[in-house]
Write a protein that binds this ligand. Sequence first.
Ligand code: CP3
Length: 342
Amino acid sequence: MSTPLFLRALQGEVTETKPVWLMRQAGRYLPEYREVRKRFTNFLDFVADAEAAATVTVQPVNRFGLDAAILFSDILVTLPPMGIDLKFISGMGPVVERPIQSESSIKALTNFDCEKVLPFTKLAIEKTKRKLPPATPLLGFVGGPLTLASYAIEGKSSKDLQETKKLFYREPFAYEALLTHIANITGEYLALQAKWGCDALVIMDSWAGHLSIADYRQMALPYTQIVLDKVRKGTNAPVLHYANGAGHLLNEIETLNFSAIGLDWRTDLATTLQTHPTTVFQGNLDPAMLFAPAETIQTRTREIMDLLKGRAHIMNLGHGVLPQTPIEGVQAFIDAVRGNFL
Ligand code: CP3
């Protein structure tokens, strides 16, 4: 079997058509997802049900014929086994009732064996591989240590990472202990996902864009490096990176030698391709663009495609699909990537 388009692009190959997948491609904009979602009150129970997770993972692949699947799970699944009381509250998203605010709560965090504590991930990967078309690569993923720590410290999605930065500036050793703990578990978990059958891996450090370059170097990069070291010791799987609003951090992120780097939609693609001539990027249509008329979506997508002539690239949005997105918008985007215009 020839190497799938997505994996070829990750190797730096200029493919004839660009591979396309979408962040949050399994989600509430799909009626077939909402049908399965209804069976679970608690989001974490849904993720822990390997059969349900495998079912929704393949839904968007079957509907749109995407070039990659991403395992249905969440970056936050490793927090509860560390002793962090995470809940998903409908309408609010993830909430940690007792966020980490002191050195003693960091010392109290537990270590665990991912293989024993998160067995549903292995099972979901195996089930997904059986359901997917054989040529469709499966992506595994984790959160970047900075992003995971931000949920543990802030207790929710944060607009400014105030508490996270406060801990770093006031108690740097406590911050280091927390991030090292998270990074070690995250690296082990990501390497296992490759061992269990994932063909490529993503580190989603969504909130890294809140950091200055100098802070990124100290607050995030060394811990992402720990994750990568563990993965590269255990597997040859290509690793991608995504951070939202992190165009200013590209030079730093590049030092980590990812196979591809995701760009959010605020980062100007034309300029970035010029200033980073050899990097493989992924992205970066604004997810809100999928609400536009199909012709507009296709024009904008074609503008992106025109910039990519002679470049290895992975087509995607600049962040996850928004829950209210019309399916026709998603279809118009994918059609345009494949050269099928209205
Ligand atoms: O299709 C896929 O992309 C795979 C599944 C996936 C989910 N979350 C499912 C999910 C992936 C890769 C994630 C990653 C994730 N989770 C990130 C990093 C990427 C990003 O979006 O920046 C972050 C920051 C989280 C944390 C998280 N999980 C939040 C903030 C929320 C609530 C927001 C929301 O959309 O409701 C979640 C819940 C979540 N994770 C949902 C899904 C489909 C929605 C829950 C539901 O269906 O009830």
